[in-house]
Design a protein around this ligand. Structure first.
Ligand SMILES: Nc1ncnc2c1ncn2[C@@H]1O[C@H](COP(=O)(O)OP(=O)(O)OP(=O)(O)O)[C@@H](O)[C@H]1O
Ligand SMILES: [Mg+2]
Length: 500
């Protein structure tokens, strides 16, 4: 059974129960007001006129009528009349007998001086022998019979019963009230139903549609939250789930794309040296290298290609281990000034051999301690310096400089060259694997595009930052920022192990 039908049934049930309850209360009220159950039942007959008396009262009336027809003068016998009246009193009724010249008998039951005047005129045809009348607020029902006394004077006998005005009012108002009540309840029911449908069924249907869309793989939509209630919260939770799913879907696609690119890049980068090696070996086999000089040059080329392949495979292996978090970091507390000075010592010779002017500027006061994996940080520096040398195509003097700055929190190293720079649009990508500003992937002018990607993985593993600033034609600066250890940390020999 759908919620819609359940709601409809429960509302209708509520309406019916309230209605029954109201009817029950009304009945109780009417019984209380009129004094007996019979009166209440009477209300639903159009009856006071048809049936104004109780059964016993009616029987007495019939007796009186018979007497009026057959021996009308007996109805002047007050003793007899009082007897009848006593019997009627039990039925909450009373007797009234009149003749044209005077009133013969009036029951004491009603204590109503106006009674004589309120009674209907004589009608010997007895067209309407049962009816009602009221004297101001009091309401009476009667049965009457008109006849003639033996002397020819007209007379009437009345059996009168007083009815409660409240009962009369109830009789008139109850159907109207009931109808009104039913109307109000139906309208309320409809309004409630509409409200509930709007606040529950609609959003639930929306959720159902959304779930179906997701099932079909369509995640590109938005689910709006319409309310602050539980259904609204459910919509919001659903929306965040959809968002999450969409994001992970996109990530999965990106990963897939990356994987394809990775395979294609690796195959490309490996194929080039292999093709070269194959070519030179075929040259040797076919006797093209027919002089010892040629032979030596061929073998040197083959060796160089094999070395570059070895380097590539090595880089790839390191990169993938870093990427999979499978490369362990061996952290040690190190003075970065010492570290850089040692590195520079090794680099200086190489640089100056290539005609590069080298500068080292330490702006940090005192030892600057950090927790680092020395080998890996060394590798990072080598990759950066390698690039600087490789891409420093300038007509004038080639310069390379390293600076060190430190505040209480961070140590910042900068590696500056005055090379050709990196185009602005390429700058955000240079730390991506296999990214090269020159898309030709020509190994003569560049590497495989893994150097800076490895550098970033290593610095990430240290909880540090690495970024580049560059101006085309003016040079490039690569910054590395590492967390500085406080004196306290150094004293306690705590080398912060950075989980990565
Ligand atoms: N100092 C620099 N000056 C100009 N361009 C640079 C500099 N450093 C990096 N680049 C650009 O960024 C790209 C990415 O550098 P990265 O070191 O990651 O790769 P690579 O040097 O091409 O190859 P690999 O380092 O693996 O041999 C380079 O191809 C180069 O275009
Ligand atoms: Mg490089």
């Amino acid at each position: 059974m759908s919620i819609r039908i359940k709601m409809l049934l429960s509302f209708t049930g509520m309406v019916v129960i309230s209605l029954l309850f109201v009817l029950f209360t009304a009945s109780l009220y009417t019984i209380a007001a009129t004094g007996d159950l019979q009166s209440f039942r009477d209300i639903y007959k159009v009856h006071y006129q048809v049936n104004p008396l109780t059964d016993q009262g009616e029987a007495i009336f019939q007796e009186l009528k018979y007497t009026a027809k057959n021996s009308p003068d007996d109805l002047q016998d007050v003793v007899l009349l009082r007897e009848y009246d006593m019997k009627l009193r039990v039925e909450k009724s009373g007797l009234f007998v009149r003749r044209e010249s005077h009133q013969i008998f009036e029951s004491l039951t009603f204590n109503q001086p106006e009674l004589g005047r309120a009674l209907p005129p004589y009608d010997l045809n007895n067209n309407q022998i049962r009816s009602t009348f009221n004297i101001s607020e009091r309401f009476y029902a009667y049965a009457k019979f008109d006849f003639t006394f033996s002397d020819g004077e007209r007379g009437s006998v009345f059996v009168i019963r007083e009815r409660s005005p409240v009962a009369e009012l109830t009789r008139k108002l109850l159907p109207v009230m009931s109808l009104l009540l039913i109307g109000v309840l139906i309208v309320t029911n409809l309004l409630l139903y509409r409200w509930i449908t709007r606040s529950f069924i609609k959003p639930l249907n929306q959720l159902k549609d959304s779930a179906e869309r997701i099932k079909e793989g369509n995640l590109a939509f938005q689910l709006k939250r319409n309310s602050n209630d539980e259904v609204g919260q459910l919509s919001e939770a659903f929306e965040s789930m959809r968002n999450q799913l969409q994001r992970s879907n996109e990530l999965r696609k990106l990963d897939e794309q990356n994987r394809k690119e990775l395979i294609s890049n690796i195959s490309h980068d490996l194929r080039t040296p292999i093709t070269n090696i194959k070519g030179y070996i075929e040259g040797i086999r076919d006797g093209v290298a027919n002089t010892p000089e040629k032979m030596e040059s061929y073998v040197n080329i083959i060796h160089a290609k094999a070395v570059s392949m070895d380097k590539l495979v090595d880089e790839l292996f390191l990169y993938s281990k870093l990427d999979l978090n499978q490369e362990p970091f061996l952290f040690k507390t190190v003075d970065i000034v010492d570290f850089l000075e040692d590195s520079i010592e090794e680099l200086r010779y190489d640089m100056e051999g290539k005609g590069v002017v080298f500068g080292w500027f330490n702006h940090a006061a005192g030892p600057v301690m950090a927790s680092v994996d020395l080998d890996k940080l060394q590798r990072t520096v080598v990759n950066i310096v390698d690039n600087a040398l490789k891409y420093m195509e300038t007509d004038g003097q080639r310069r390379f400089g390293i600076t060190l700055d430190a505040d209480s929190e961070w140590i910042t190293m900068a590696f500056m060259d005055n090379g050709k720079g990196i185009p602005e649009e390429a700058l955000p990508h240079i730390f991506e694997r296999f990214y090269r500003t020159e898309p030709s992937r020509n190994s003569a002018t560049g590497g495989s595009g893994l150097g800076l990607a490895i550098a970033r993985q290593i610095i990430d593993g240290h909880g540090g930052l690495i970024w580049a600033e560059s101006e085309k034609g003016a040079g490039t600066t690569i910054f590395i920022q590492l967390k500085r250890l406080t004196e306290e940390e150094v004293r306690h020999g705590e080398s912060q192990h950075i989980d990565h």
